[in-house]
Design a binder for this molecule. Structure first.
Ligand code: FES
Length: 84
């Protein structure tokens, strides 16, 4: 981020926006994706960040998509996360 000079008012706005963005990220990471095994979005995001590239790899690393519904509920959400 480059600025021509200090604009403390803008900086306060930027800080507030950044804080709000991070707050939303944290809230999102706590949302349960796999209801059967109570696996949260953040756990799946970490698995993807550490190299998981398929639903099977997510299964092995997190136990998500291994519950009684057979990934009917969480599978599409995880697939969407993998596509991003
Ligand atoms: S919700 Fe994930 S296996 Fe059922």
């Amino acid at each position: 981020m480059s600025r021509s000079g200090p604009c403390y008012g803008c900086r306060v706005d930027d800080d507030a926006d950044e804080l709000e963005r991070r707050r939303r990220e944290i809230i999102e990471s706590y949302k349960v994706v796999c209801i059967c095994n109570k696996i949260r979005r953040g756990v799946i995001e970490k698995a993807i960040a550490s190299g998981a590239t398929s639903l099977d790899e997510i299964r092995r690393r997190t136990r998500a998509a291994t519950g009684p519904c057979g990934a009917k509920r969480c599978g599409p959400v995880i697939a969407g996360m993998l596509r991003r």
